[in-house]
Design a protein around this ligand. Structure first.
Ligand code: SER
Length: 320
């Protein structure tokens, strides 16, 4: 039985992933690592929660020893938009946090480490449509720079130390449990909340901005499927492209309008437009499909129906 530590358990992906892993492996086997926010009731009621800052090596080591952790999922990161406001913070958290995780995993001969990457590894000189698995990696954001270096570092630990490190290049992740924070793809979540609350949304990227996106159930499935894949069958390790859907801001708005005909959208691009313009429209994920059977389930309209249902429910209960 694995003893898993999820660092960044209060975040958009970490919060849902921690709960799912607890259902799969038992609450006491999955430690929620939270840096400063108070854990949600769901997290604190279903298993152990500890203060974990990946930059604090002693604190990290004491949690690893206390729970005999053999698997770490490092979801802590400064995302693209916040990273451009504070590049040194992004470097510090994304790189120094990661090397601390990899080092402690190496020292403890852990079973597995999951280090997420992102479509932010790509840049303006990368082919934009159906972006290949192997291609130009010249990002123009600090977030992207740290994600490229993180992929290389993870692959280095696989080759140099035989550590089982895996990771995928998440597209924009859309969900209704925990809000994303500081990313460029956050408009694709905000649109649903604003539609339900105000029946209108002012979008911070242009209508023709097209990016790869994924609904949370597919994100969780991709993460778990990769973690469970047979290591000996993997030819890639820390850099899998994973696609699910690709749509423009205008197509996203049209999907909302199908269900809420009175919904209105306007566009006021800000500095995040440049970041979005440097990323692909869609990715070729055939390596993930071949090596570990990746197969997404949700398309845009199925996701919209589910997002609006869940957010209306929260709104009716006065939670948002
Ligand atoms: N969602 C992230 C961001 O927008 C991309 O990985 O920064």
């Amino acid at each position: 039985m694995s003893k898993i530590l999820v660092i960044g358990s209060a975040g958009q992906i970490g919060s849902e992933l921690t709960l799912l892993l607890r259902e799969m492996y038992g609450g006491s086997n999955v430690v929620a690592g939270i840096r400063k926010t108070k854990p949600s009731d769901k997290l604190s009621e279903t298993g152990p929660c500890e203060v974990v800052d990946a930059l604090d090596t002693d604190g990290l080591a004491s949690v690893v020893n206390k729970y005999k952790i053999d698997t770490i999922i490092n979801m802590a990161a400064i995302l693209s938009a916040t990273g451009e406001k504070n590049p040194m913070l992004a470097w510090d958290v994304n790189m120094n946090g990661l090397i601390n995780v990899l080092e402690i995993a190496r020292e403890h001969r852990m079973k597995q480490v999951l280090v997420p990457s992102s479509i932010a590894v790509f840049g303006p000189s990368t082919p934009v449509d159906n972006t290949p698995q192997e291609t130009v990696l010249k990002p123009t954001t600090m977030y992207g720079v740290t994600k490229v270096a993180g992929e290389l570092l993870g692959d280095y630990y696989v080759k140099r130390y035989g550590l089982d490190v895996r990771g995928l290049r998440y597209p924009g992740i859309i969900s209704h449990e925990t809000l994303p924070g500081g990313g460029t793809t956050d408009y694709a979540v905000a649109i649903y909340y604003e539609a339900v609350k105000n029946n209108r949304y002012t979008c911070f990227v242009k209508e023709d901005t097209r990016l790869p996106m994924m609904y949370m159930p597919d994100c969780l499935k991709a993460t778990i499927d990769l973690m469970q894949a047979d290591f000996s069958k993997l030819r890639h390790h820390c850099d899998f492209n994973v696609g699910a859907m690709s749509f423009s801001a205008e197509e996203l708005a049209a999907s909302v309008k199908k269900q809420m005909p009175g919904f209105e959208i306007s566009y006021e691009p800000d500095s995040r437009q440049d970041i979005a313009d440097s990323w692909p429209n869609s990715v070729d994920d055939s390596a993930a499909r071949e090596e570990w059977g990746w197969q997404p389930e949700y398309d845009l309209d199925a996701m919209t129906a589910d997002m609006l249902r869940a957010i209306k429910e929260k709104h009716d209960k006065g939670l948002i």
